[in-house]
Design a protein around this ligand. Structure first.
Ligand SMILES: C[S@@+](CC[C@H](N)C(=O)[O-])C[C@H]1O[C@@H](n2cnc3c(N)ncnc32)[C@H](O)[C@@H]1O
Ligand code: SF4
Length: 461
């Protein structure tokens, strides 16, 4: 339990506490003071007192606030690292976008490495961040006219036990499908007047391929007028148990350029344990079906799936590399509220995680992949990260834009968040749509008005 002088700092310090197994049982209180360029932090942990003083120049209140947060988190991180005799791969950094922080420092100070070192980030992760920034060269772009389009299809065949994405089992929600598709058509028709320069389209989920070919074609037809510039077009097809030639033909007919066929693991034992209704061989078969179409392919893996050994994880990485997709995304298991596994799992501090991550980096690098996007979440096993790896020239624009928040995102459908980016002002306006399908259906017109209010639609004459 942590208590700090302000509520926002309490939340930030709680994020640091969560990084250390057992630390939530400690009684921690925190106070701070700023005098000129001096930042004082005082912690009392189970009755014992610790104090730190740090110095840094700042310009204005916003910078001062961010330094207050930085030094408080760093102070607590150092204390807990000493107490538990372990350092963490990202040090005191708990935000979900380490690369954004790196870019901010690069822009201000011409470097980020020294800054990351002061936060306790490992040399391996500083090197990884550098590679990601290099991998984004030519894609990372701040242009207020740019926009990505996200189409949300939050339906799945069945729910995987680790997943906290709000998706509805298709069998229970199919009755809503005609109305849902009509709502998407309405939002997409309006999007024509809301997008100036389309960078990419992403049809995501859920599992978009759980829709029937006819339903899928309605979505493709509604997207088609918006995507007349041949830009990147991803369909997060999803699980191989939903694949068929007819859906792949439709993807080709409507100009899809990138397809996700996600394994998570190639171990049948693991796949059964996590509630995926397919085998490793089914993934291989789906790759075989998709290959003749010349889509760029992506395969998602997760490190740290419950009960999976280091050897099983490494074998999954090897298998994915053999299939030679253009992109491989290595996630670290993260358990949020809503995932069945969360209720059944006591702790995420599993052994073997660092070895898994190290193996994936080494193997993918040796196979010619480069990291091109990176993000973190709260409650990640071993405090690691998710990394998207790509073959040369095949990085996914959409993933970079979303992670770096450099580009507007017009999102349609239930459980979708539209973002209008005001880079020059350092501001982002958001409109989130309801997660629940009937509530979303009842709110479509209101959502269109809300998106216009935050600036979508004002760019066109
Ligand atoms: C929105 S999901 C959609 C993928 C698609 N439905 C499928 O399962 O093939 C995108 C990816 O997030 C990852 N993911 C989902 N839940 C996760 C969790 N709890 N921890 C780590 N990664 C997770 C999985 O790798 C998944 O493929
Ligand atoms: S991992 Fe994919 S298929 Fe499984 S529940 Fe989540 S979104 Fe659905």
């Amino acid at each position: 339990m942590v208590t700090s002088a302000t509520e926002s700092l309490t939340c930030e310090l709680m994020d640091v506490v969560r990084l250390f197994e057992g630390a939530s049982a400690l009684g921690i209180s925190h106070t701070f003071a700023v005098r000129g360029e001096e930042f004082y932090n005082r912690f009392i942990i189970d009755g014992e007192e610790f104090a730190f003083t740090d110095w840094e120049r700042y310009a204005g209140e916003t910078e001062k606030k961010s330094l207050v947060k930085r030094f408080a988190k760093l102070g607590l991180y150092k204390l807990l690292a000493k107490r538990y005799k372990k350092t963490l791969p990202w040090g005191s950094l708990t935000g979900i976008r380490p690369t954004r922080l790196a870019y901010q420092n690069l822009e201000k100070k011409g470097e980020f490495e020294e800054f990351f070192r002061t936060l306790g980030v490992s040399e391996e992760n500083i090197a990884l961040t550098k590679r990601v920034i290099a991998g984004q060269r030519g894609i990372y772009e701040k242009n207020p006219d740019n926009c990505d389009l996200f189409v949300s299809l939050p339906f799945c065949p069945t729910k995987c036990v680790y997943c906290s994405f709000i998706t509805a089992p298709i069998a229970a929600t199919h009755g809503y499908m005609p109305a849902y598709l009509s709502a998407l058509e309405k939002e997409l028709a309006a999007a024509a007047g809301q997008i100036k320069r389309l960078r990419s389209v992403y049809i995501g989920g859920g599992t978009p391929f759980v829709l029937s070919p006819e339903e899928l074609e309605r979505v493709f037809r509604a997207v088609a007028p918006l995507r007349q510039n041949g830009c990147e077009y991803t369909v997060e097809a999803g699980r191989p148990d939903t694949f068929c030639a007819e859906k792949l033909d439709l993807c080709q007919k409507y100009g899809v350029t990138r397809l996700c066929i996600n394994a998570q693991s190639f171990s049948d034992r693991t796949l059964e344990a996590i509630g995926r209704k397919h085998t490793g061989e089914d993934v291989v078969r789906a790759f075989g079906m998709a290959r003749p179409y010349e889509f760029d392919l992506n395969c998602d893996l997760i490190a740290g799936l419950t009960g999976e050994s280091l050897e099983e994880f490494c074998a999954s990485v090897d298998r994915a590399v053999e299939l030679s997709p253009e992109n491989i995304t290595v996630h670290t298991l993260c358990l949020k509220k809503g995932a069945r596994l969360k209720e059944e799992t006591e702790s995420l501090f599993e052994g073997g995680m660092s070895e898994m991550i190290a193996y994936s980096r080494k193997k993918l690098t040796a196979a010619g992949y480069e990291p091109y996007y990176l993000y973190r979440q709260k409650y990640m096993a071993g405090s690691h990260e998710n990394v998207g790896w790509t073959k040369a020239g095949k990085a996914c624009v959409y993933n970079v834009d979303v992670m770096e928040e450099t580009c507007d995102n017009l999102a349609v459908g239930a459980n979708a968040i539209s973002k209008k980016i005001f880079s020059a002002e350092g501001r982002i306006e958001r409109v989130g749509s309801p997660k629940d399908i009937p509530t979303y259906l009842a709110k479509v017109d209101k959502l269109l008005a809300e998106k216009e209010k935050i600036g979508f639609g004002e760019t066109l004459c």
